[in-house]
Write a protein that binds this ligand. Structure first.
Ligand SMILES: Cc1cc2nc3c(=O)[nH]c(=O)nc-3n(C[C@H](O)[C@H](O)[C@H](O)COP(=O)(O)OP(=O)(O)OC[C@H]3O[C@@H](n4cnc5c(N)ncnc54)[C@H](O)[C@@H]3O)c2cc1C
Length: 332
């Protein structure tokens, strides 16, 4: 176990952030020492991995915990166990190299394995939860290691049971049973058609490259333009509850969903009201994607939350739709 004091915290929104303590857990053997440290230093605890889905405070007055468990163990032709510190995109490439099918559509999503089940990361018609057999984690409240199977994880759109638990994910077991590719997502279909690609001959690697090209054209790379990806979830609402006093339903992007509710494209909602959001010298919407907030250089956590609240209020007043944030706002 590594303990650092007054440590700086990496985060893709590039907020200059430090924590009182940063602890790195190298393996499960460290958990006894972690318990002792936490009982000697009572207070707030935050689990943080690559920091690509959090808006951090300038100072976190507590203990930040991360892991460096970076093993990938083949169990069978279908099953793989992976440590929480493995980088997600690295793992996608590893799966392609080792003929495990299914997560190539999730290529280039930033962040770690450990965070992937928390919000059930998803993109281009695929969600990680489909391939999770079980999640092994440390429960801070019970001070015990537990394993949840897939149904206990309660995966849903950008959500899982873990969002509301005080846990440290240590390892994920994946089960890959599929062999075919998932091409049935509108932007993938359009790309294939536009580029005259013979989809019957596509392999996993080529599909991953297509996904990467589509992503690069739309999403800013956080190494150059600090951001946390989509800032708001696509809201699920009753279609009759949408206010159409300023715009018509045809102006919106609306998908049917299984629940009887409709899913509304949050990016389009923001595009329609963005001219009414005052300029801010530290933060703005990305030119290619209205769902992405970018740090123009010196944004503080307050700049971000104020700006996000302006957007939320304007969307609510215009459409009677409540937007929900995707990244976690971490209190100081
Ligand atoms: C450019 C860009 C594009 C993105 N595109 C997508 C996308 O297409 N789809 C998508 O779903 N997401 C997307 N994201 C969001 C982000 O990549 C994912 O949420 C990712 O899983 C976060 O990983 P992380 O390691 O950075 O987590 P962090 O930001 O470090 O943490 C995120 C949350 O998970 C918790 N957490 C982290 N690690 C652990 C652990 N080991 N145990 C328990 N809790 C943990 C943290 O406490 C926090 O609440 C994007 C982000 C960016 C910057």
């Amino acid at each position: 176990m590594i303990i650092e004091e007054q440590a700086s915290l990496k985060n893709s929104f590039a907020i200059n952030s430090r924590a009182k303590y940063l602890i790195t857990i190298e393996s499960e053997d460290c958990l006894d020492n972690l318990e002792k440290f936490l009982s000697n230093n009572p207070g707030k605890v935050l689990v943080l991995s690559e920091g690509t889905n959090v808006i951090l405070p300038e100072f976190y007055d507590g203990v930040v915990i991360t892991t460096s468990c970076n093993h990938i163990n083949k169990i069978s032709n279908a099953e793989v166990k992976v440590g929480s510190a493995v980088n997600w995109h690295y793992f996608v490439n590893w799966c392609i190299d080792n003929d495990y099918y299914g997560i190539e559509n999730l290529s280039l999503i930033p962040g770690s394995l450990g965070a992937a089940p928390i919000q059930n990361i998803g993109a281009y018609g695929v969600e990680v939860g489909t391939f999770v057999k079980s999640v092994r984690f440390y429960d801070f409240n019970d001070q015990a290691i537990k394993v949840f199977n897939s149904s206990e994880c309660k995966f849903s759109y950008r959500n899982s049971i873990f969002k509301n638990m005080d846990i440290l994910i240590l390892e994920i077991t994946f089960e890959f049973n599929k062999t075919g590719l998932n091409l049935s997502y509108k932007s993938i279909e359009e790309y294939i058609k536009y580029n005259n690609i013979d989809s019957s001959n596509l392999n996993q690697r080529q599909l991953a490259e297509i996904v990467q090209e589509i992503r690069k054209a739309r999403l800013p790379d956080p190494s150059f333009i600090p951001n946390v990806g989509s800032f708001f979830k696509n809201p699920l609402v009753e279609i009759d509850s949408i206010s159409i006093s300023s715009f018509s339903l045809d102006d919106l992007i609306i998908w049917e969903s299984d629940s009887g509710l409709v899913k509304v494209g949050a990016a389009r909602l923001i595009e329609l009201i963005k001219d009414q959001i005052p300029n801010n010298p530290n933060i703005s919407l990305h030119a290619n994607h209205a769902l992405v907030l970018v740090n123009l250089g010196n944004a503080s956590q307050k700049d971000v939350t104020d700006y996000a609240n302006l957007i939320k209020n304007k969307v609510y007043k215009t459409f009677n739709i409540e937007l929900e944030l995707e990244p976690s706002i971490i209190k100081s």
